[in-house]
Design a protein around this ligand. Sequence first.
Ligand code: PGA
Length: 254
Amino acid sequence: MPAPRRPLIAGNWKMNGLGAEAEALATDLARRTWAVGAPAFELVLCPPFTLVARVAAAVAGSGIAVGGQDCHTEEKGAHTGDVSAAMLADLGCSFVIVGHSERRADHGEDDTLVKAKAEAALAAGLRAIVCIGETEAERHGGRTLATVAGQLDASLPVGAGAANTVVAYEPVWAIGSGLTPSAEEIQEVHAHIRGELAKRLGTDEAGGIRILYGGSVKPENAAALLTLADVDGGLIGGASLDAGGFWSIAESCV
Ligand code: PGA
């Protein structure tokens, strides 16, 4: 039997936030979590590198996890400006996002690099959130399923399993646009991803891997998009910067 999948709601703050507001946001979410006791969902906050330590301190003891938005493939060395997975773990992170489409576009990251980053994350004891998703042209060309299957095949880390890897399906055209696929389209892609995972890892392991949907998730559409059979939570960008909205998205998914 596949392990039950606890919904995961990840806040991707992107390049937003300065100290005081970030601390207020994280503290608000920690208070809400304490008030509930043991929520049915798991929360992870992924602030910019500069805020990781401050956010980790603000949520300490609440059960909220902290993650990075990227990591280098190497543990240390001559890579000016980069941050390693080991450094994130050292700051209290337990997750890291790799292969976000903004990094693929802004920094020319390809699947091979994303895979190496995910493997570095696993080696450092972090859980990797591996992002995949089709462009608008690929969607219109009927290549969505082939695109995500290809990205998954080339960017899934060696050693991936339910305990250390999360897949985030984020259609590039849905990110920050206010547009989303229909619920049926999202479920179709997620089921396809799970099928591809099963081919590589077996049905049980694939049945335990959490597959998040991301792209214009808001409190208004979260219940419809995040409770689908093969959707195990969300990767939330813009709406994760508001504590009340982010919390309401998390509550919608259980
Ligand atoms: P969005 O971003 O929720 O602002 O669309 C999602 C993401 O890029 O992770």
